[in-house]
Design a protein around this ligand. Structure first.
Ligand SMILES: [Zn+2]
Length: 91
């Protein structure tokens, strides 16, 4: 399987093979992000949801998570995540 050139860590890494259920974003993520960085985001996502008390049942909640995902994976515009960085402890 071909490696993916990851925009997050800057290395050629293992591609994501699991379905992400991300709709239109899915191919963009898989083309640009390696598996380990995606795992990292999955941990971060839990923090985003907790910190911002995101309601995933609401469109605005899902949009906020997507925004943070793009910023974290360096797929798009930056977002103010200073609140998260204060609390973020890599495992
Ligand atoms: Zn990576």
């Amino acid at each position: 399987m071909a490696a993916v050139q990851c925009v997050k860590c800057g290395k050629a890494g293992e591609p994501i093979t699991d379905p992400l259920f991300m709709g239109r974003l899915e191919s963009e993520i898989k083309a640009n992000v390696c598996k380990s960085c995606w795992r990292e985001w999955e941990g971060m996502k839990v923090m985003v949801i907790n910190e911002y008390q995101v309601n995933l049942g609401e469109e605005s909640g899902r949009e906020l998570v997507k925004k943070h995902m793009r910023a974290f994976l360096k797929l798009g515009e930056a977002v103010d995540s200073s609140k998260l960085q204060d609390n973020y402890k890599p495992v």
